[in-house]
Design a protein around this ligand. Structure first.
Ligand SMILES: [Zn+2]
Length: 102
């Protein structure tokens, strides 16, 4: 009966991203970058993050903000999105598949 309805399924339930990526994923807003970086650096960083997000969405699926209870306050694990290796907080996100069969 429910055929034809596409329910997004979580295909990655442990997609940990840095604070910079989270800002863009959650609010599509990179203005916070300018506080910690110079204007030019912030622009380059934003471009890098948006490219990383676009590639993941093309290859895998939609990135969505996950459960903040699963955030890590401090870890040296690289960001799953932009690959940044600077240790710091990582925020829990998920990747939603389109429901398409591969
Ligand atoms: Zn990142």
């Amino acid at each position: 009966m429910s055929e034809g309805r596409t329910v997004p399924t979580i295909i990655d339930d442990n997609f940990m991203v840095c604070t910079d990526c989270l800002m863009i994923i959650a609010n599509d807003d990179a203005s916070g970058l300018a506080y910690s970086l110079g204007e030019e650096e912030a622009e380059a960083r934003e471009r890098e993050i948006r490219e990383a997000i676009a590639e993941i969405q093309r290859e895998e699926g939609q990135i969505a903000v996950g459960d903040s209870d699963r955030d890590e306050e401090f870890t040296s694990r690289p960001c799953a999105c932009c690959g940044m290796r600077l240790a710091g907080p990582r925020h829990h996100c998920v990747i939603l598949g389109s429901g398409r069969e591969r």
